[in-house]
Design a protein around this ligand. Structure first.
Ligand code: ZN
Length: 174
């Protein structure tokens, strides 16, 4: 997606602020087999994307990935879709075991993976803040992005910008 790149600078600033404070950072990624059920060749709705071990599955080259970050792969079995980073993964358990209760989340896309991850995280008892400037919607149908924000809000998600979060982190450190 064309505007996907625009999320990188804000995410990098938040990642930097979290890394310098020793806060846990998790990256989730689509990690599909070449014949994944979400692909059009198998009757799904998406063109082939994020095929395991190919350049299409790599993180954006400009994204800052600290050595301490945990990478969680999802959608890695051929017959199951996983928009949410919590679906079919141990992400929830890992966060709970670190004592995490609040999640700040961004990435692609607002109307699929961010929406589903947010709803799952809320359902698992986490407090969730979506970084508004750090996500973009596919908008396969016009208005999908706005509907996704409304759904997340109704489910209890909060929204703020990366700058607001960084300001809060700076003010709580003293
Ligand atoms: Zn996918």
């Amino acid at each position: 997606m064309k505007e996907g790149d625009e999320v990188v600078p804000g995410l990098n600033r938040v990642i930097g602020a979290f890394a310098s404070r020793g806060l846990p950072i998790f990256f989730t990624r689509d990690w599909h087999p070449a014949d994944h059920m979400s692909f059009r060749s198998r009757g799904g709705v998406w063109p082939p994307h994020c095929v395991q071990g190919t350049p299409g599955a790599e993180f954006h080259p400009g994204l800052r990935i600290p050595s301490t970050a945990v990478i969680v792969s999802k959608g890695d079995s051929r017959d199951a879709e996983a928009y949410s980073g919590f679906q079919g993964t141990d992400l929830g358990e890992r966060l709970h075991s670190l004592g995490v209760d609040s999640i700040f989340l961004g990435g692609l896309t607002a109307d699929y993976c961010v929406r589903e991850s947010t709803l799952d995280a809320l359902g698992a008892g986490f407090s969730v803040t979506v970084l508004k400037d750090c996500t973009r919607a596919v908008n396969a149908r016009p208005g999908d992005g706005e509907r996704a924000f409304a759904d997340m809000s109704r489910a209890g998600a909060r929204f703020e910008t990366s700058s607001e979060l960084i300001k809060q982190l700076a003010s709580t450190q003293q």
